[in-house]
Design a protein around this ligand. Structure first.
Ligand code: PEP
Ligand code: MN
Length: 344
């Protein structure tokens, strides 16, 4: 159920609705919008009688939700969400650039890469400390020492830190030292982890699972929001298909589909989406052209020496070139549509 408040509803009206929801044994989620506040109800198994709310002061409507998701939907919040990440935002008018190495390997590698990322004007830095590797014998990341190094990067370069957590211990570390908790593709349906990050107050970058449908991705976001954390950013990072010319098949049609259904921002990861250095820039351009709110890009000072994902890493020079290209495209696609006046 979604309770839509009147534009002039008072704070006390909203409190009253939340109280009734609680009395019924459910949870109310306030979703303030530009023109009105909506309150999503979760925790109910069957339909709730709208009569509980219809006559309360300040209530415009009590709507039954027929879709499987409630809080992510545009019915709950018609305006796009702008998610605050550290001292910047994702989902607003600026194209969000998140860049950095796949994995933190050393202080030198990290600081050299951060210099390039800061120089490019990006506001976000990535780098994995807890790495989900296919082989247990591959480099697993530097763990908490790595996350602490990322905190130093934030101080020195004024970049906001986005980094992956694979379990509750990782979430605690990222919550303490980082600005945004990344949930990787392999954990998109780790429901206990989703609930755990839902209880934190750090924004979450949720990557699409290796073979997840749009609905599955949206319901994973719903898991996080149902716990009270509404700061979720979605990420298309390619899915597994029969095509083997690229590491994954990047599914850019999901970007307009996401924008149609939800208010959440969505970004594109052309690094994991393609797996090949030469494909990253073209697919980054395409991602921005279809309306992504940002990009996440892997950069390494010396890709041939990378301990993880070297084949898809851009050199600093390639990355700076990519930024110039995608900013030019972003300016075009974010311009208001021209108004044509017909001749009489
Ligand atoms: C990553 O961003 O380093 C990563 C492991 O991504 P994904 O979860 O999309 O594979
Ligand atoms: Mn990687």
């Amino acid at each position: 159920m979604l309770i839509v408040m009147k534009p002039d509803a008072q704070r006390s009206d909203i409190e009253k609705v939340l109280h009734v929801i609680e009395t019924l044994g459910f949870r109310g989620h306030q979703l303030p919008g530009e023109n009105r506040t909506a309150i999503g109800v979760t925790g109910n198994r069957g339909a709730i009688d709208p009569a509980h709310f219809e006559n309360l002061p300040g209530v415009a409507d009590a709507i039954r939700v027929t879709q499987p998701y409630k809080l992510i939907s545009k019915d709950a919040k018609p305006e796009k969400s702008i998610v605050k990440v550290g001292n910047s935002t994702i989902g607003g008018p600026e194209l969000a650039m998140i860049a950095g190495p796949c994995a933190i390997e050393s202080r030198e590698q990290l600081f050299t890469t951060a210099e390039t990322v800061a120089k490019s004007g990006a506001r976000f830095f990535r780098g994995g400390a807890y790495k989900p590797r296919t082989s247990p014998y591959a480099f697993q990341g530097m763990g908490e020492d790595g996350v602490k190094m990322l905190a130093e990067i934030r101080e020195q370069f004024d970049l906001n830190i986005v980094t992956e957590a694979m379990d509750e211990h990782g979430v605690d570390a990222v919550e303490k030292y980082g600005d945004c908790i990344q949930i990787g593709a392999r954990n998109m349906q780790n429901f206990s982890l989703l609930k755990y990050v839902g209880k934190t107050r750090k924004p979450v970058l949720l990557k699409r699972g290796l073979s997840a449908t749009l609905d599955e991705l949206l319901l994973a976001a719903e898991y996080i929001m149902a716990e009270g954390n509404y700061d979720v950013i979605l990420c298309e990072r390619g899915i597994r298909t029969f095509a083997n010319h690229a590491r994954n098949t990047i599914d850019l049609s999901i970007i307009p589909a996401v924008h149609r259904l939800t208010h959440l921002p969505v970004i594109v990861d052309p690094s994991h989406g393609t797996g090949h250095n030469y494909m990253v820039t073209p697919l980054a351009r395409a991602g921005v052209a279809v309306g992504a709110d940002g990009l996440i890009i892997e950069v390494h000072p010396c890709p041939e020496e990378a301990l993880c994902d070297g084949a898809q890493a851009l050199t600093p020079a390639q990355y700076l070139d990519l930024v110039n290209q995608v900013q030019a495209i972003h300016e075009v696609v974010s311009e208001p549509a021209p108004v044509f006046i017909e001749d009489q």
